[in-house]
Structure formats: structure tokens, C-alpha cells
Design a protein around this ligand. Structure first.
Ligand SMILES: [Zn+2]
Length: 322
């Protein structure tokens, strides 16, 4: 059984095009192997229930993480394409949403995540393949085969490292959510620890706030899995060494900068506060939303226990807000 899937994984139908793709990806489109690496990570995280793979923002971020590790910044990946076209490889079976069966049957290609979400529940793997991917040994052998088949030698270590970080970061995030002292960092090789910590904290915060900025409410996700929000520490890591989700908020890039600069803060009743500097000269930060934000309640996470810690917010008002 393993040999069957080893063969299929190393003989994916991928577009070969010497003008479009470089030696780095063996002159082939890397979309399918990168999507499969992201799927393997979700199995390694224990984050796949049943055998249905859904196109969640989390899968999108894993795909985008791999993509940005190896591709130049101006090349954008699109997870919708491999998610649809893997159906040609005989282990990935698209499942239509109820009532969308005919729409799916009529599709010859798909180019947007929105389209995937409208038409598809997800993709079901062969039962035998799903069973193999739940076992570390065959799963990691398939991972190495993907990396060695589709990527140049100098990228292989980077992709394997990314997989390790993805899995450890997920476990780190789960430990943060369980509000247990994180164990995972002790087992993580020293050189990956910062990446694991950053990514784990980020995943927890961004998903708790559902990709929405706590101050201005902006929510933007790109087709290649990028989001407009950062996971901001309230008391910076350099001061607190604290990744507790209650020491974080999801803020868009501009609100994050404004908060870190001390131009905006949050009151004890969770309202956005303008610092004196901004109140006296609203244009100082070039912040279009300044006046609209004053006194507005922050948009907190759905889960009550993950709301910002009032002591951390008080620290920020005392030490940073100006
Ligand atoms: Zn914002």
C-alpha cells in the first residue's frame, strides 16, 4: 500500500514549463507538492478529523508559509489551483456541497478560494492513504519523497525545517490555549525556537480574533493565505517573555504600529484610547481612522477567556501610551 502512494506522490501531474518555473522547482509548478506538504503537517499536528481535507485559512497559511520559504516575493501562490487539480492524481476526491454536485461536475478549472468554498466541502483522501498519513513513519517517508522529487537540493533542508516548525508551532499554540506552561520549546532545536514561538502565538491570536483587527475591524485575507493582521503582544515579548493569548491582540499592520508607538491604547473598559500626542494633533500618525476609533470598544475574541488581560493593558497605558 505504501508503495502505491509513494509512486503516486512522486508522479504527480504537474505543469512543466521552463519559462515559468526555474531549476529551484525542477522546472515544474510546485503547487501540488507544497499543498501536500501542508496536508502532511495537518496530519502530523493531529489536526485532521476523518479523511476530509477542508480549505481552511489554517491550511492556506501552511501553504503560504512553504511558498514564501522558497519562491521570490513577487511570485504569488494560489492554493485553490492545486486543491482542485489534485483530483487528477487518483487519491484526492473532491466532495461537493449538497446541491453543488452539478456545478462541480461542470468545472474544468477553479481559480479562487471563494469558488472552492462555494462549490466544495473539501477533498476526501483514499481511506488507505489517510490511514498511512496518521502514522509518523510512512508520513515522513512520503514527505521526504515529495521534497526530494520536486525541489532542488538547496531547498530541501529549508522545506523540511518549515515542516518541523509548522508542527511544533501548532503544539506550542495548543499548549498556550490550554494555559499550561509550554513544554514544546524544550524539545525544539534551539535554532528553530523563535520561529516556533512566533508562529504558534500568531496562529492562536489570529484565529481567536478571526483575522479581524481589534481596533479598526479590518479583515482581509488574500488568495495566497496572507492576512492583514499581526499577532501583537501587549507587553512586548522582550519585556514579558509571555506568550499567553491574553497578552495578545490581533491588530492590522497600521494599528499594530500605532499601538507599539504608544499613540493608541486600550482602557480598563476595553475602549480604544487616544494618547495625548495623537489627541492634540490627530494628523501626527497620518492615521485616517484616528477620530473614528476614539472611545470605540475593541473587537475582542469570541472566546471570553482569551480577552486581553487588564493588567497587561494597564502596563501598556503606563509605560507606552504617550
Ligand atoms: Zn486596524
Amino acid at each position: 500500500m505504501f508503495q502505491t502512494y509513494l509512486h503516486r506522490f512522486t508522479h504527480l501531474h504537474t505543469a512543466a514549463n521552463r519559462t515559468h518555473w526555474t531549476e529551484a522547482t525542477c522546472f515544474r509548478a510546485p503547487n501540488k507538492p507544497l499543498l501536500l506538504l501542508a496536508v502532511l503537517d495537518q496530519f502530523a499536528q493531529g489536526n485532521v478529523s476523518g479523511d476530509l481535507i477542508e480549505l481552511t485559512p489554517e491550511l492556506g497559511e501552511l501553504f503560504a508559509g512553504y511558498w514564501s520559504r522558497i519562491m521570490p516575493p513577487h511570485r504569488h501562490g494560489n492554493i485553490a489551483m492545486p486543491f482542485f487539480h489534485l483530483r487528477a492524481d487518483r487519491f484526492w476526491h473532491l466532495v461537493a456541497r449538497p446541491g453543488q454536485e452539478q456545478a462541480l461536475a461542470a468545472l474544468i478549472t477553479i481559480s479562487s478560494i471563494g469558488q472552492v468554498r462555494t462549490v466544495l466541502l473539501g477533498a476526501r483522501l483514499d481511506d488507505d492513504l489517510a490511514a498511512l498519513l496518521r502514522q509518523p513513519e510512512p508520513r515522513e517517508a512520503l514527505r521526504r519523497a515529495l521534497v526530494e522529487t520536486y525541489f532542488a537540493a538547496e531547498l530541501q533542508a529549508r522545506l523540511l525545517e518549515q515542516g518541523l516548525v509548522n508542527v511544533e508551532a501548532y503544539r506550542y499554540g495548543e499548549e498556550l490555549l490550554a494555559q499550561a506552561p509550554p513544554q514544546v520549546l524544550k524539545e525544539t532545536p534551539e535554532q528553530y525556537r523563535t520561529a516556533v514561538r512566533d508562529q504558534g502565538f500568531r496562529r492562536v491570536i489570529v484565529s481567536a480574533y478571526d483575522h479581524r483587527c481589534a481596533f479598526c475591524g479590518i479583515r482581509m485575507l488574500t488568495i495566497d493565505g496572507h492576512t492583514a493582521v499581526d499577532a501583537a503582544h501587549i507587553v512586548p515579548w522582550s519585556v514579558s517573555h509571555n506568550d499567553d493569548p491574553c497578552n495578545g491582540m490581533a491588530l492590522c499592520r497600521l494599528c499594530h504600529w500605532t499601538f507599539d508607538e504608544g499613540l493608541l491604547g486600550v482602557s480598563a473598559r476595553y475602549a480604544v484610547l487616544l494618547g495625548r500626542q495623537l489627541a492634540q494633533s490627530p494628523n501626527v500618525a497620518g492615521h485616517l481612522l484616528t477620530l473614528a476609533l476614539r472611545g470605540r470598544p475593541i473587537i475582542g475574541p469570541g472566546e471570553q477567556s482569551l480577552w486581553p488581560d487588564l493588567d497587561a493593558l494597564a502596563w501598556h497605558r503606563r509605560e507606552v501610551l504617550r
